[in-house]
Design a protein around this ligand. Structure first.
Ligand code: AMP
Ligand code: ZN
Length: 112
């Protein structure tokens, strides 16, 4: 199975990495939807939230904790949004769990 995010994590495909720790890698989205658009990607290949097991619970917490650190590093005092898409109706295009960290201007209409 080939997975573009696994290849980025292994360093086989280039990315503009902004953060890395034991649990996650974070890099700029290739097609940014906001002035700041970082993808926070757990290093373990999990296709989406539906494929999580109880063993993965900490990993998702680590992804959010990484978001906090990236936001502090980037000085996002005005706030940010974290989005996860799971499955077809949500428009998930890369089947490796990831979190979009969006910031840099006031965001438009909210779904929720
Ligand atoms: P999603 O629709 O939630 O699955 O988001 C996938 C995201 O990955 C999209 O915002 C794409 O722009 C982004 N993306 C796809 N390939 C790459 C890549 N090679 N480097 C950085 N971002 C990518
Ligand atoms: Zn993967």
């Amino acid at each position: 199975m080939s997975c573009i995010f696994c290849e980025i994590i292994k360093g086989n495909i280039p990315s503009t990495k902004v953060y890395e720790d034991e649990f996650v890698t974070a890099f700029n989205d290739l097609n940014p939807q906001m002035p700041v658009h970082v993808l926070i990607v757990p290093k373990k290949h999990i296709a989406c939230v539906n494929d999580m097991t109880e063993d993965d619970v900490n990993l998702v917490g680590q992804a959010f904790f990484a978001a906090k650190k990236i936001a502090a590093e980037k000085g996002l005092e005005n706030g940010y949004r974290i989005i996860n898409n799971c499955g077809e109706d949500a428009g998930q295009t890369v089947k490796h769990i990831h979190f979009h960290l969006l910031a840099g201007k006031t965001m438009g209409d909210k779904i929720i």
